[in-house]
Design a protein around this ligand. Structure first.
Ligand code: SF4
Ligand code: SF4
Length: 66
């Protein structure tokens, strides 16, 4: 099972801390409003969730896309 980071758009304050912490560069700040995770690039390491000051990133399990 692969894992995917899912920031909560309603809670995210667009600080960019997660973006800087991501080793895969999978996060961007969408229109300066909230963190957006590129699903194909994210490896589910959870680093972004650890550093987010708002605690709004959850790591979800996801089934392998075929
Ligand atoms: S879980 Fe890891 S790879 Fe995925 S967005 Fe967060 S820091 Fe990047
Ligand atoms: S660290 Fe948290 S609050 Fe900051 S941009 Fe990322 S998801 Fe949003």
């Amino acid at each position: 099972m692969k894992r995917l980071a899912a920031p909560d758009r309603k809670v995210c304050v667009a600080c960019g801390v997660c973006m800087k912490a991501c080793p895969k560069n999978a996060i961007s700040i969408y229109k300066g409003c909230y963190a957006l995770v590129e699903e194909a690039t994210c490896v589910g390491c959870g680093l972004c969730a650890k550093v987010c000051p708002a605690g709004c990133i959850v790591i979800h399990e996801r089934s392998e896309a075929k």
